[in-house]
Design a protein. Sequence first.
Lengths: 291, 328
Amino acid sequence: MVECKTRDVDSIKRAAREALKLIDHSLHKVEKIVIKPNMCYYWDWSTGQTTDPLFVAALISLFREEISPDVKISIVESDASAMKCKYAFKYLGYEKLAKDCNVDLVNLSTVEAEKAAVRVADEVFEFMIPKIIREADLCVNAPKMKYMSFTKISAALKNIYGCNPYPKKFEYHSKLDKVIVALNKVMPFDLHVLDGLTVCGSKTLRLGLVMASQDPVAIDAVAAKIMGVNPKSVAHLMLAEKEGLGKTSFVIKGFDVDYFRKRFPKRSLSEKVITLGYTVACKLGLDKRLV
Amino acid sequence: MEKINLGVIGLGFIGKVHLRNCLNLKSVRVVAAADSSKKALNYARNFGVKQLFTDYNELLKLKDLDAVIIALPTHLHAECAIKAMEEGKHVFLEKPIARNVEEGRKIVSASKKNCVKFMVGYPSRFVPEFINLKNQMESGILGDIQLAYGVNIAAGPFFHRAESTIPRPVPEWWLNKQLTGGGVLVDLGCHMINLLRWYFGEVTDVKALLGYRFNFDFEDYATCIMNFEFGTSAVVNVGWFSQNTVVGVELFGTMSNARAYLSPSSKVVTAIKLLMGKTPKFFIPYLNEISHFVNYVKIDGNCENRLSGQDALRDLEIIAKAYKNQIE
């Protein structure tokens, strides 16, 4: 874990480089890199809900310096129930980023994909796996850390849910935990670099955190601790560990968890109660009577 | 006329608000609803609306229908409103009246030609706090109002309604300038321009500064500077960039000043009230404007219509002028 106090490409790149060094991640020569930021709805980086394009720009610059200036980099995202990439790319600043950094912007819902089956616990899931992810030499996950009503937290594991090209993702909501784990099993990413520069908890705050790991379960367990959530209470995290995706036990290098945990805008008890009430109301179908 | 028979055309967010408000009005019988989405029609069915149509033309043919509420995307306003008027229905049309002045003029002309009552929905004129400001101004307690400030900042089309388990996408027409007629100046600017015209009379001069934070071909924030016929000058700020809605007006007079900012409703309280079938605070201005429309329709002959089509058309003319007189 590294602290990055200013929001500019050079500072973020320095922090990311340091974070990779702390986890002994060496960047080997590769030809194709895929970066998956977190895009959701149409909330830009300033809300803490989506990965900052400057964060991705810093990663691109780092990879070009460390690997090769000619490495082919694609930024990927897929359409979702309430989000269309054609608008999100523009609105969230990724169209400009792609132009400035000369990288491809790829809507995974519109590219070639192959069917793959994966078993999680007692269930087999089938997904279309985008060829661009399968053929990439290095898959980099650039998630955010935030609360989510159905999964408690959203970080590295949940961000890979967005690599599923099928747009009607709400259909998975009844078995979200299993689907998140299944997608991570069928599309394992090599590296997870979390954008905790601006975070959204009970409010939005500049936290200045850059965190990296090769283990999506460990990075999520740390993110959960920072957010004041017991990792053992996060169902998809425990299931991911059981399925061999990583370990919830971790060794921290760099800054301490407490340093960021103390500053993270955690949810109050009343907010937790409201979220719980909302989740229960939705499960009872009462939300259909709202406007 | 004891009760009026009403149809709701368009069951998006505002259409649903109108539907639920109408169900709470004793002088209204909601006899039909139309929407291209069957899911939206199911919503109306759940509230007891019997006649449901995926094509509004079918609804307009209903003989026992007195009036319609049209809450369709802006590009469909002119066609639908004119057809309704030609069928002899009184029309309540959501703001903005149309996507451009030409279409607006056609609607106003059709209402006159077919002798139907026509009102455009501007809930700001029915907000108790804004009515109170007007009363203060008219009582003379503020003196002569020299300067005014209006603000309406929201998330606009970038807002995701997350009340449901199934996320709802932003309607794509809202991101298409050809279908909306413009950006935030048309969508939110018209509210403020309309309200300030109610306070200060006609706009004599307007200039606008437009901003494009989110890289679209329509403005997502704007500042408008206006002069009014009796000497008041006003600045209006509107924006589609914030998750935190702010709607307010400040008046600065020679004797005193006054302000009214709408306090946001609690989402939890709103949800509970909706589930209990009660009217949440957010719905009240909409309820008041529909009540006003219903009374206007029920009373024979001319009576006060706080929001005529001509009025709404004038707002659009001012917006067109603001687009033309941009501050570089």
